[in-house]
Design a protein around this ligand. Structure first.
Ligand SMILES: Cc1cc2nc3c(=O)[nH]c(=O)nc-3n(C[C@H](O)[C@H](O)[C@H](O)COP(=O)(O)OP(=O)(O)OC[C@H]3O[C@@H](n4cnc5c(N)ncnc54)[C@H](O)[C@@H]3O)c2cc1C
Length: 405
């Protein structure tokens, strides 16, 4: 089965959303056009070989698609979170693995640095991250610290003169193997638990830092994932982001924005899966008829459509709510529950859409090289990353019941 290098002009799935302004519609349309032309042709090789398209990623900077939420004085686009979500939605339709790499760079790393770092660090790192010269990543998860990332964190940072010495490891770090700049969390006062965590900017050349292994994934292949190890890694004290032991606010606020931003990744994937199912159902014939003429296929298409439309509505609503989150805000209250609900809903809806899209494709959908199969293998990750579905439920119920997670 051969992979299309240029996608067919499929049916327009959705009319312009009533709640998007003309500018937002234009952002979505132009990012879609760019991704379809420039990023889609890379997707098959990324999936096949876990290949990293370094040049294409750097070009995103040239095109103004990096540092979307960063002010222009640091080299960014000076736009808001909602705008960056529309870019991600479009990228996810045509190359969701690159979309994941993009969100790790632009939201987890760059937006967090912009929101939390001092002026000197912003000026040192943001221009390169916005131009595409530097790739960013965020390291929170560890081998023994996943859902309990803060409580179980083992990586430590011990101050020694004008440096900190970092020791420990980070696991499943998106962009880890290719990142030049990493925002990393470590315990500066382990005895204080989550209140003893600090955030640091690490450069890949820092002594004592290494990529221990590149991990092979079932989906989102081509987005690079790594285990990172720090052995007496020397980090200048100037690279502390925020205050010492103030990392928990950086993490929690960042995680709310990350959750709001994972929903458009789900949305873009689900939109493309529905589009493929629509196309296939109108071309494949069995029993002398297009399969789209069978009511059971029509029911699947209708259910997929409802899942996509409800995801779109909820995703945009929550993004609008998170758009003006003040620095240090979030990590508690209504927005904490809402962003957890958004990503929980979007990832589960996407999984249903992907499953039905493969079913509509029959055997074709089970073949690795088919586009719908590549999309199908995106299932599960977005129920795991940025806090699992179970953790999202704990957050939502905790807010409803007035408990602190
Ligand atoms: C491809 C990929 C990319 C990633 N990218 C990044 C990245 O860029 N940066 C980063 O820092 N991290 C990243 N992660 C890590 C991700 O955020 C974690 O995998 C996630 O938080 C879950 O942690 P864990 O895998 O250790 O699972 P665990 O925490 O061990 O959970 C295992 C199971 O137990 C359940 N569980 C745990 N605690 C509870 C509880 N209290 N109640 C009920 N159930 C519970 C979980 O929901 C899950 O079902 C990535 C992961 C993957 C797979």
């Amino acid at each position: 089965m051969s992979e299309l290098t240029t996608p067919p002009a499929g049916p327009t799935l959705a009319p312009p959303s009533f709640d998007l302004s003309a500018d937002q519609q234009e952002t979505l349309a132009s990012a879609d056009e760019y991704a379809r032309r420039e990023l889609y042709p890379l997707a098959a090789r990324m999936d096949k070989e876990e290949w990293w398209p370094a040049e294409a990623f750097a070009n995103l900077g040239t095109q103004g698609y990096l540092g979307i939420t960063v002010p222009e004085r640091y080299g960014g686009a000076g736009a808001d979170l909602f705008t960056s979500a529309l870019v991600l939605q479009a990228f996810a339709r045509w190359n969701h693995a690159l979309g994941l790499a993009w969100v790790a760079h632009d939201n987890l790393c760059v937006n967090n640095i912009y929101r939390n770092a001092n002026e000197e660090l912003r000026r040192r790192y943001l221009p390169g991250l916005c131009s595409g010269e530097l790739v960013g990543a965020l390291g929170l998860t560890e081998p023994g610290a996943g859902s309990d990332a803060l409580g179980s964190m083992r990586t430590t940072a011990r101050r020694q003169g004008d440096h900190y010495l970092l020791n420990g490891s980070k696991l499943y770090i998106t962009n880890g193997p290719v990142a030049d700049v990493l925002l990393v969390y470590a315990k500066t006062a382990p005895e204080r638990g989550p209140q003893g965590i600090s955030a640091f900017i690490i450069e890949k050349e820092f002594e004592g830092f290494r990529v221990a292994q590149k991990l092979t994934k079932m989906g989102f292949r081509g987005s690079q994932t790594a285990e990172l190890v720090f052995t007496d890694c020397r980090v200048p004290t100037a690279n502390l982001v925020g205050s010492e032991n103030g990392g928990v606010a950086v993490v929690m606020s960042g995680l709310d924005l990350e959750r709001a931003m994972i929903a458009p990744l789900c949305l873009g994937i689900a939109e493309r899966a529905l589009e493929l199912a629509l196309e296939y159902s109108q071309s494949r014939e069995q029993f002398g008829r297009k399969i789209a003429e069978f009511q059971m296929i029509q029911a699947k298409l209708a259910e997929m459509y409802v899942a996509v439309e409800t995801t779109r509505t909820f995703t945009y609503r929550v993004l609008a709510a998170a758009n003006d989150l003040e620095i240090g805000g979030g990590g508690r209250g209504h927005i904490h529950a809402l962003t957890a609900a958004s990503v929980m809903y979007a990832s589960e809806a996407m999984n249903r859409v992907l499953s039905e899209a493969v079913q509509v494709h029959g055997g074709t959908g089970y073949i690795w090289e088919s586009e719908v199969n590549r999309l199908f293998r995106a299932t599960k990750l977005l129920e795991i990353g940025a806090g699992t579905t179970e953790v999202r439920k704990l957050i939502i119920s905790g807010e409803l019941l007035g408990r602190v997670l």
